[in-house]
Design a binder for this molecule. Structure first.
Ligand code: SF4
Ligand code: SF4
Length: 58
């Protein structure tokens, strides 16, 4: 499992990179980049996202 960003929903608020405890999320050039190797599936980004753009997927 790892976090996945839905680019159609994401408004690039910049919140999820801040709440990720392992720095697996980066906001680069209006795109959310997730390092699947680092992600521990903690769910912080899913809970925080105001527009439901983050999910945990296999
Ligand atoms: S699920 Fe947790 S570890 Fe994975 S990207 Fe989101 S905040 Fe980071
Ligand atoms: S918290 Fe949600 S809307 Fe904000 S940058 Fe992350 S995925 Fe996008």
């Amino acid at each position: 499992m790892a976090a996945v960003n839905n680019q159609k929903k994401c408004c690039y608020c910049g919140g999820c990179p801040i709440v990720c405890p392992v720095q697996a999320i980066e906001l680069v050039d209006e795109r959310i980049a997730i390092d699947r190797e680092k992600c521990t599936s903690c769910g912080n980004c899913v809970k925080l996202c105001p527009v439901g753009a983050m999910s945990l997927e296999r």
